[in-house]
Every structure is written in structure tokens, then in C-alpha cells.
Design a binder for this molecule. Structure first.
Ligand code: ADP
Length: 507
């Protein structure tokens, strides 16, 4: 048993706040980190201490392992939670954390390494008897080596980066003549994104669903599967909306997927939370796609239908305690949907946008969960991903969850920057989505249809709300002594100053 009193949360935004909340519920303290541009974000204030990492670029802040380890040491942490993205799937970081005598809240470096190499992961899955997407299990030297393999699989095929992630280094190849240029493109994109240009081939499956299984493992060798998430609502291979359970998964299929996922995780001695992604073909066959060896963005939908706090389980496992959940008793209850609210303009090809959140009205009420990294007054910059918040709705049935999501999306007001909100509303109103007739091509097909028509949403109402609020603030501000017109921001600056003292000048 390892005693963990303080956890360094090596991340930012919504996931940092999510982890801080779990630490507090587990009776642990949390130390936040932040880059210059993030100093006013809510995760910084929610933590028991906060350490400044330096300039905004990730390489000089959230990706700087040495700074993070120094922060953990200087603030007396016993553990590091990496969240998702940044250093969460970098085996050398997990190693450095354990070598520094700290607990890494995640799997072993060996498991991260094995699953981070997609061809090695495919070989391991084959050995464990888990079906993989047809394709090669070794990197390809050049396009001449790819040619016979592609012919064997039959076009279309997909070139993928061995070190892949975030859809980078992935190229669809429809015909043999496209192979050579696509190979070069995939290689150079992979080299650029991951510093490793190796690519391999997979058969391109026609209109599968993306179904993933949440797993949790403990140091007693137990691996539990927490059912599936339906993640077929993607735009350019990136998830936008997730649900649990999937309409396509029967209890029998859930058991088979769960068995495959626990076999996959067991094959690398998996510890903590992880996700096994599968493609489910229209025939009902499923194939291992990859394993994400970390907490997933969309974990809340699973939490809501299984009544399990995945982050608290991770923290517990990191102390060496057994999982609280038991495989035999796990049944999904009701239905949950998550919409990723991103700072992207859906009416301008989802172009990432920046700006200040001038006003935010957060939805609430029955069955609604809001996991956000931003508040009124915060600035969205171009330095990191575009996720502002996750809006999650739960209901006894999919229909109720959908109605709640629609209601919550209508309550939500974000003024100052365009977001994906109006797009989500249109998806909720779409008959095809409502029927649950989904596959990974749904959004790419339906996107144009959903975004055409009336065009931009009518902002008259939200703008009127803000105008009224500002008028209220002004009324309250007079006569002097005037309170600050943005109290939240100033209060946080004040608190930060106090915290800089608390962490020994490191802030
Ligand atoms: P990354 O790790 O870069 O996100 P994944 O392997 O997880 O890449 O795939 C991302 C998405 O790309 C999948 O959810 C799916 O929509 C699509 N995809 C990946 N492999 C295939 C395939 N063999 N056939 C069809 N679609 C695929």
C-alpha cells in the first residue's frame, strides 16, 4: 500500500478539474500546474496549490517532464495523474515518475509502450486471440512493400502511423495508383507529428461503428470491463458525440466484447483505466483497433450508466488497493450522451477559434452534468486543443437522455466565441441520429445537410441576456467604492498570489 496524500495533476482545463474533484472526494490534496496563458482557469483555483510551468507552448509547459517532476517534488506530492493527451501515453514519462519514487496514476510504462506501437499491439492481440482489423502487423519499409499487401487485402485500404494518434498519419487509399503518393504523405505526416515515420496497412472497413470498451485493472491482477461506448459520431475520424450503451450492442455481444477487452488488457498486465477500441462491422463481426492506455475524454458516459467513478478507482488502484467494482454485478442503467463543446466554428468548416468567454450560462437540472475547463472571463487560445467543456445528459432511456441533452443545449449560453453548440442541437434534432442509425461516416455524410438551411443561429436572445447582466453589474457597481467589474478574475489573481507563496515561490 502506498499512502497518497497529494497528487500532482499534470494537465489543464476540464480534465485537470475532473481529477482534482476526484482527489478531493478520495481525501487527497491536488496540486495544479498551469502555463502563463492558463493562470486564470478554474482548475488552478480548485487545487490546493498551483505551480506555474512557464510559457504557453506545450513543449515549455505541459510537455516538460522535468518541470512537472520538479513541481511534484517541491509541493510534496506522492503521485502524478497525467490526464489525457500531453504526457499521458509517453512511456518514458511514466518511467521517470516511478524512478522519482512517485506513483504514476496509470498503467506501467511497459503496457504504454506495447500499446503505443500499433503494430506491436496488433501482434499482441493476435497472440491473445483478439480479432484485429485485417492488415499488416509489421511496419512497411516503402510503397513497393505495401503494394502486394494492399492487393492481398483489396482496396480501399488505410495507411496508418505505427505511433499514431489523433487521426494523424492516416491516409485512405482507394486505388493502386494512389498508393505511392499516399505512402509518402502518411510517412511524412507521421514523422512530423510523432517523430517516427513508420506506417502500416489496414483494410478500410465500410461503414463500421466505433465501439469501445472501458476497462479497469488493479494490482491484484483483476481486469473489469465497464461496458461499451458508442463513438461513431465523428468528424474527420475525431469523436464529437459519445453514448453509452450502444444501440447496436446486445447483452450477448457486450459479453463477447468485454471478454475480448479483458483478454487484451490482461495480455499487457493492465493496471488502472484504459480503453480498448473496436470497429464493429455491419455483419456483427468486431475487430481490435487500438488501446488507449489512459483516461478517455468520454469516460463520463460510462460513469453515468455504471454508477462508477473511474478517476476515483484510478486513484485507489494507484495506492495499491483493489478495485471497488465487481464484474458480476455490472449492468448498464439508463442511457448517457456526451457532446463535446469545442471552440470551433461549425459554420466555417469547424475552424478552431480563439477569444474570451464573455458570458457563460451553464445548464443544469435533472440528469445533466457539465465538465468544463473554462468560466466567464477565461480566454481560449490556440496553444492547446479546442475542448471547452463536455455536456453530458443521462436518462432512463435513450429518448429521455436525448430530450435532456436538447433541453440542456438550449439552456447553455456561451457569448464571446463561436462553439460547436448549435451543431450539436441540430444533431439532436436529426431523424437519422434519433433512430440511432449510426456508423463512422454519419457526420461526414450528414454534416453538410445539418449545417445548411437557416445558417448561423439567432444570437439575439443570448446577447440580450448578456446586455441585461452587464446592466445589472453596472447598477450594482455604482456608487463607489466600486467592486471590480470582473470579480471572478480578480479574485483568482489574488488567490494565485497567495498560492505562489504557499508553494514556496515556485508559482
Ligand atoms: P487514431 O489513434 O489516430 O485516433 P484510430 O486507429 O483510433 O486512429 O482510428 C480513428 C478512427 O479512424 C476510427 O474511429 C475510425 O473512424 C477510423 N478508422 C480507423 N481504422 C479504420 C479502418 N481500418 N477502417 C475504417 N475506418 C477506420
Amino acid at each position: 500500500m502506498t499512502t497518497i496524500k497529494r497528487v500532482l495533476v499534470a494537465n489543464r482545463g476540464e480534465i485537470a478539474l475532473r481529477i482534482i474533484r476526484a482527489c478531493h472526494e478520495e481525501g487527497m490534496e491536488a496540486v495544479a500546474v498551469y502555463s502563463e496563458v492558463d493562470r486564470l482557469l478554474p482548475h488552478v483555483r480548485a487545487a490546493d496549490a498551483a505551480v506555474a510551468l512557464g510559457p504557453a507552448p506545450a513543449a515549455q509547459s505541459y510537455l516538460d517532464a522535468a518541470k512537472l517532476l520538479a513541481a511534484a517534488r517541491d509541493t510534496g506530492c506522492q503521485a502524478v495523474h497525467p490526464g489525457y493527451g500531453f504526457l499521458s501515453e509517453r512511456a518514458p514519462f511514466a518511467e521517470a515518475v516511478t524512478e522519482a519514487g512517485l506513483a504514476f496514476v496509470g498503467p506501467s510504462a511497459a503496457a504504454i509502450r506495447a500499446m503505443g506501437d500499433k503494430t506491436e499491439a496488433r501482434r499482441r492481440m493476435q497472440q491473445a486471440g483478439v480479432p484485429i482489423v485485417p492488415g499488416t502487423t509489421r511496419p512497411l519499409a516503402d510503397h513497393t512493400q505495401a503494394r502486394p499487401e494492399a492487393a492481398r487485402l483489396g482496396y480501399p485500404v488505410l495507411l496508418k502511423a505505427v505511433a499514431g494518434g489523433g487521426g494523424k498519419g492516416m491516409r485512405l487509399v482507394q486505388t493502386e495508383t494512389e498508393l505511392e503518393p499516399a505512402f509518402e504523405m502518411a510517412q511524412s505526416e507521421a514523422q512530423h507529428a510523432f517523430g517516427a515515420g513508420e506506417v502500416y496497412l489496414e483494410k478500410y472497413l465500410e461503414r463500421p461503428r466505433h465501439i469501445e470498451i472501458q476497462v479497469l485493472g488493479d494490482s491484484f491482477g483483476r481486469v473489469v470491463a465497464l461496458g461499451e461506448r458508442e463513438c461513431s459520431i465523428q468528424r474527420r475520424h475525431q469523436k464529437l458525440i459519445e453514448e453509452a450503451p450502444s444501440l447496436a450492442v446486445t447483452p450477448a455481444l457486450r459479453r463477447r466484447l468485454g471478454d475480448a477487452a479483458t483478454a487484451a488488457a490482461g495480455a499487457v498486465g493492465y493496471l488502472s483505466a484504459g480503453t480498448i477500441e473496436f470497429l464493429l462491422a455491419p455483419t456483427g463481426e468486431f475487430f481490435f483497433l487500438e488501446m488507449n492506455t489512459r483516461l478517455q475524454v468520454e469516460h463520463p458516459v460510462t460513469e453515468l450508466v455504471y454508477g462508477v467513478d473511474i478517476v476515483r478507482e484510478q486513484l485507489r488502484v494507484a495506492t495499491g488497493q483493489p478495485l471497488r467494482v465487481h464484474a458480476g454485478t455490472l449492468q448498464p442503467r439508463g442511457h448517457a450522451i456526451e457532446c463535446r463543446i469545442t471552440a470551433e466554428d461549425p459554420f466555417n468548416d469547424f475552424l478552431p477559434v480563439t477569444g474570451v468567454v464573455q458570458h457563460l450560462r451553464v445548464p443544469g437540472g435533472p440528469g445533466v452534468r457539465w465538465d468544463a475547463g473554462f468560466e466567464t472571463g477565461n480566454e481560449v487560445t490556440l496553444h492547446y486543443d479546442s475542448l471547452i467543456a463536455k455536456l453530458i445528459a443521462w436518462g432512463e432511456t435513450r429518448g429521455v437522455a436525448l430530450e435532456r441533452m436538447r433541453r440542456a443545449l438550449r439552456e447553455l449560453v456561451i457569448v464571446g466565441i463561436p462553439t460547436s453548440q448549435p451543431f450539436h442541437l441540430r444533431v439532436m434534432d436529426d431523424a437519422e441520429f434519433q433512430r440511432g442509425d449510426l456508423d463512422i461516416t454519419y457526420l461526414d455524410r450528414a454534416g453538410t445537410r445539418l449545417l445548411s438551411g437557416e445558417g448561423r443561429p439567432d444570437l439575439t436572445r443570448p446577447i440580450a441576456v448578456v446586455a441585461a447582466l452587464l446592466a445589472d453589474e453596472r447598477r450594482a457597481a455604482a456608487p463607489p467604492p466600486a467592486p471590480p467589474d470582473r470579480p471572478a478574475v480578480l479574485a483568482s489573481a489574488w488567490l494565485l498570489a497567495a498560492r505562489r507563496e504557499a508553494v514556496g515561490g515556485n508559482g
